[in-house]
Design a protein around this ligand. Structure first.
Ligand SMILES: [Zn+2]
Length: 205
């Protein structure tokens, strides 16, 4: 088993995936925030990027660098037209009870993946930045921390990160997960799994 602390220290880049183990749960917010802050401390001198499938925005209250995070499943603090009209995304401050879409007069709803017509403009800038960042990591030493992902949106983190591991000879992945810790055969030699809840793991790091 490799020494994860040492590996992170030696890495040029650290790619982090945050999955459903980190989803906001009643009474758990402080533990989750604490884990994000711990992660910020672990990564503080590193060049990192974080992809999360959470849309509860707890991560944005932490010490992690906001400009190094992309949340393609949306944000509960952002609003979109219920009919998915483009160019009308609003922040929590800009929208009020009576706001309606200037294009179609529709109601504003939360800009999250569960919206009937999810408007992906809300995260597009950060997603593009992630793509640029990722392209720079090719053939550099990348440590990947995949924390508590399930199979809900596998193309966002799980399968996408496995692909990064496969195409970059210097990539190494840690899959930390209580339920879905298994590794596929293709990445067996370039990854290891830690069968543990990833929030507990980070908080005990
Ligand atoms: Zn509209």
């Amino acid at each position: 088993m490799r020494d994860i602390k040492n590996e992170i220290e030696q890495a040029d880049y650290v790619l982090v995936g945050i999955g459903s183990e980190w989803k906001a749960q009643e009474g758990m917010e402080n533990t989750i925030l604490e884990a994000y802050n711990k992660l910020a401390d672990i990564l503080k001198d590193k060049n990192y990027y974080i992809v999360t499938t959470c849309y509860d925005d707890i991560i944005f209250d932490s010490d992690l660098k906001k400009e190094q995070i992309t949340a393609p499943c949306g944000s509960i603090r952002r609003y979109q037209c219920e009919n998915g009209c483009t160019g009308v995304i609003k922040s929590e401050d800009e929208v009020n009870k009576d706001s309606t879409c200037p294009v179609c007069g529709g109601q504003y709803v939360k800009n999250i993946v569960k919206a009937d017509k999810y408007n992906e403009e809300g995260y597009m800038d950060s997603w593009k930045n992630y793509g640029t960042w990722l392209s720079r990591t090719l053939n550099r030493k990348v440590v990947i921390l995949e924390l508590g992902t399930d199979f809900t949106y596998p193309t966002v983190i799980r399968w996408a990160f496995e692909k990064v591991v496969m195409i970059n000879n210097k990539a190494y992945m840690y899959r930390i997960n209580e339920k879905f810790w298994q590794l596929t055969e293709e990445i067996n030699e370039k990854a290891e799994s830690i069968k543990m809840n990833s929030i507990d793991y980070i908080n005990k790091y």
